[in-house]
Design a protein around this ligand. Structure first.
Ligand SMILES: Cc1cc2nc3c(=O)[nH]c(=O)nc-3n(C[C@H](O)[C@H](O)[C@H](O)COP(=O)(O)O)c2cc1C
Length: 172
């Protein structure tokens, strides 16, 4: 069972909403076997045997404000979601977390990063780059390119769902 944690930092609720969407997309995918989970059919004696592999994804969502970076060690897949504030800074709850994260070994982990921002700012979605760089320095491996969402560009739910689906596909 692959354990996934989605950690968000969110001031006005946008990143939190994106996290819920991503969690639902992953859970929907992991809800049971489908045709693509069928990995082999073989015959033993007269009896055909079917081997079914469940997607086996277990996903948890946590607010960064109540999480210690050390807890990330319990998960194989780490998804961080963070909005950008100030002039290209991390959302405030992520600041201490990111500092502490720098000292943690995440060599056998995989990660993906997402976040909302507004393209009118010169440091558009900089938090996604900052956290991606930190996770890389910790030794973790990127699953897919980070998702940067311009919240001023209209509805973005479909883009978030599509990104979540790509994460799952890359994990399989
Ligand atoms: C004072 C202020 C500064 C901001 N600075 C940036 C920025 O540098 N880059 C960016 O992409 N978005 C910036 N934003 C936009 C926020 O990231 C955006 O509103 C986001 O949706 C907030 O998400 P949250 O509710 O999850 O915290 C800023 C917004 C405000 C109000």
């Amino acid at each position: 069972m692959e354990k996934i944690i989605i950690v968000y930092g969110s001031t006005t609720g946008t990143t939190e909403g994106m996290s819920q969407l991503i969690m639902r997309e992953i859970r929907a995918h992991a809800s049971g076997p489908s045709d693509k989970d069928l990995i082999s059919v073989r015959t033993t004696g007269n009896k055909p045997e079917t081997e079914i592999k469940f997607s086996g994804l277990d996903v948890t969502v946590r607010d960064v404000a109540s999480l210690s970076p050390k807890e990330l060690s319990d998960y194989g897949v780490i998804i961080l979601g963070c909005s950008t504030w100030g002039d290209g800074e991390l959302q405030e709850d992520f600041i201490d977390f990111e500092e502490e994260l720098r000292g943690i070994d995440l060599k056998d982990k995989r990660y993906a990063v997402f976040g909302p921002g507004e393209s009118v700012y010169s440091q558009f979605c900089k938090a996604v780059d900052i956290l991606g760089e930190t996770l890389k320095q910790c030794g973790a491996h990127e699953i897919i390119e980070g998702l940067k969402v311009d919240v001023m560009g209209g509805p973005f739910e479909d883009a978030v769902r599509a990104w979540a689906k790509s994460v799952i596909q890359a994990l399989n």
